[in-house]
Design a protein around this ligand. Structure first.
Ligand code: ADP
Length: 607
């Protein structure tokens, strides 16, 4: 957290406000007080001088009106005496002037020489002529001090007999005022200092909870909800602190809920089998779940902020806007030489109520298997139709020939009927095989197993073929002499061996040999039938166990096969938890192998 410096803190602002307020108040008080006081002092000064001048006037009038004899002191001497008594610290000089403007006395000892001269003061002349009092204040140029000059007439019987000219030292009053100002100033300074200190302390009581809350807010921003603001009081700030704490609690709860939802969402996303990709409003990937990355064979980190169209390989056919408007699902065919790989993508737009597009959610689903099943089903239907159509067409043409009159021809009619009969039988065989396969495909298919001696069981089947065979083929048996007990469904396994042996006989040349073998292994027996026929090309070996697969269609169909025999055999062997496969050398012969589970130990227990 960045610390707020003192110079930018609320505390300083508080202190400044205090100080400024005090300063302002002191200013107003000061100006008013100083003005009033000054006026009062000046007025007092003036009136005190005035009173004294009045008294002086009275004394002077008495002296000036007195009848003088030769033995008496002169008027000037008397006046001088009066003026000497009159002198006071606040008076600079008092002059007395007679009616003819002649100075007849002055209190200033340095100006005794002016006695007897005519005055030059205009104010005195005015007073003498008008008989009115006059006063003025000015700065004496010589001393550079303020003085108050009063000119007062001496009146006797309504006649101006002289004037008093008084210069008062009003500067003293101002000096006094300055002293008072100084006191006021230092008092103000003291008050400000004390206020500033008090301000700092008081402001702290307000700023401390605020600072606390600030710290708390910063901690909240970092996701720390454990802190609490201390509540200092019941005032507004206290209430704010309580509210703040409540807010923190709410926020914590909301955060916990959000986290929980987030966790739920992310586990749903990672445990679902479908791939989910979310983009922002410009189509850049912001989220992809693990299955999504696996389906697209990309790493989650590298695709973030890649555009969705390029990620899906759709940039040539679709723009992001097209995807936003895409109602149907889009099929993504990533099939290559290695095999088919098809995904289905569904898009849904995340939109606000206002219609503003926030992004796009893409759900990917692997439909390779589904597509394969679909393709197999189509192929199967095509195969069945084809297999049925061939015998039906043959039958129709023979029946048409018969209807057209061939039935009357004793030479060909029996042959034609025989053909239709063979074809009918073939169709019945085909339908039976199909029914059997569909039974395997249905869920409720079950084997009825029982324990048999496999050597005996196998020998019997070979015996049957040996007795009924029409070709010149020798049978060679390589079976153990002792019994091998296995648990099998004998009917079903008879069908399997019948099919394998009849195939071997079918493809055996004249004078060929069939070899029957049973080998014991640790947990299985391997049964094999080897012929010396024309063999099967290597590339077709795997496929002969597929439904309807024939190596050479035309020839095998002629032999009456349906192409389903080995497919059924495989279903049965696999249902026995065994395996079936073929090896072959073209032109030399084919060997069909099958394994059946077998437990040696069980046998030992019996012995
Ligand atoms: P079918 O009923 O046509 O014989 P199968 O499923 O039994 O059908 O066999 C599938 C195909 O495998 C046959 O059409 C044939 O081409 C080939 N095949 C099976 N057994 C042999 C064998 N012993 N020698 C050569 N080819 C064989």
């Amino acid at each position: 957290m960045k610390k707020v410096g003192f110079f930018r803190s609320i505390q300083l602002k508080f202190v400044l406000i205090y100080v400024l307020l005090i300063l302002f108040a002191m200013q107003i008080i000061g100006v008013y007080f100083v003005n009033e006081l000054e006026q009062k002092l000046v007025t007092n000064f003036k009136s005190s001088l005035q009173e004294r001048v009045n008294l002086l006037e009275y004394n002077l009038r008495e002296e000036m009106l007195k009848e003088r004899t030769a033995d008496m002191p002169t008027l000037e001497q008397d006046i001088q005496k009066i003026l000497e008594d009159f002198s006071a610290p606040d008076i600079a000089e008092v002059r007395v002037i007679d009616a003819r403007s002649r100075i007849i006395g002055t209190s200033d000892p340095t100006k005794q020489g002016t006695i007897g001269q005519r005055t030059t003061e205009i104010s005195v002349k005015r007073t003498l002529s008008v008989g009115a009092e006059e006063d003025k204040m000015y700065v004496d140029e010589q001393t550079n001090k303020r003085v108050w000059v009063l000119t007062s007439p001496i009146i006797s019987n309504r006649e101006v007999i002289g004037a008093i000219y008084l210069v008062g030292k009003v500067e003293n009053v101002f000096a006094q005022m300055d002293e008072i100002n100084e006191i006021l100033f230092s008092a103000t300074a003291l008050a400000l200092g004390v206020t500033a200190i008090l301000g700092v302390l008081l402001a702290r009581t307000i700023t401390r909870p605020i600072t606390d809350m600030r710290r708390q807010a910063v901690a909240l921003g970092k996701g720390n909800f454990s802190r609490k603001v201390k509540v200092y009081g019941q005032d507004e700030i206290g209430e704010l602190a309580v509210t703040f704490n409540n807010l923190t609690k709410r926020l914590q709860e909301a955060q916990a809920t959000t986290e929980g939802e987030k966790r739920k969402l992310s586990s749903v996303l990672s445990y679902m089998t479908d791939g989910v990709i979310a983009t922002d409003r410009r189509g850049r990937v912001i989220l992809i779940n693990e299955p999504g990355a696996k389906l697209l064979n990309v790493s989650r980190e590298t695709v973030i902020s890649q555009s969705i169209t390029s990620l899906l390989g759709l940039e040539e056919e679709y723009s992001f806007e097209d995807l936003l408007n895409e109602q149907d699902s889009v099929i993504l065919d990533y099939s290559n030489e290695e095999g088919p790989y098809i995904l289905r993508a569904n898009f849904s737009v995340i939109q606000k109520d206002t219609g503003f597009v926030n992004g796009l959610i893409t759900v990917l689903h692997d439909i390779t298997e589904q597509e394969k099943i679909e393709a197999d089903r189509r192929e199967f239907v095509a195969n069945v139709s084809h297999e049925l159509r061939t015998p039906l067409t043959t039958m129709r043409s023979y029946l048409e020939a018969l209807a057209d009159g061939a039935w009357q021809d004793p030479d060909i009619a029996p042959h034609f009927l025989e053909v239709t009969q063979t074809e009918t039988e073939r169709m019945i065989r085909l339908v039976n095989d199909l029914l059997q396969l569909s039974k395997f495909d249905s869920r409720d298919f079950q084997l009825t197993k029982k324990e048999v001696n496999f050597t005996k069981f196998y020998n019997r089947i070979i015996d049957r073929f040996e007795m009924t065979k029409s070709q010149d083929v020798t049978f060679k048996r390589q079976l153990p002499k002792y019994p091998i007990y296995v648990e099998i469904d004998t009917d079903k396994l008879t069908q399997v061996l019948d099919n394998i042996i009849s195939n071997a006989l079918k493809y055996s040349p004249q004078g060929g040999q069939l070899t029957f073998k049973v080998e014991e292994q640790s947990n299985a027996i391997v049964v094999s039938v080897r012929d010396q026929g024309m063999g099967i090309p290597k590339k077709n070996l795997e496929r002969i166990f597929e439904r309807f697969y024939r190596v050479d269609r035309a020839r095998t169909r002629k032999m009456g096969g349906t192409g389903l025999g080995l497919a059924i055999a495989k279903e049965i062997v696999v249902a026995h938890d065994g395996d079936i496969w073929a090896t072959s050398v073209e032109g030399k012969g084919t060997t069909i192998f099958l394994t059946l589970p077998y437990e040696l130990s069980q046998e030992d227990d019996w012995l």
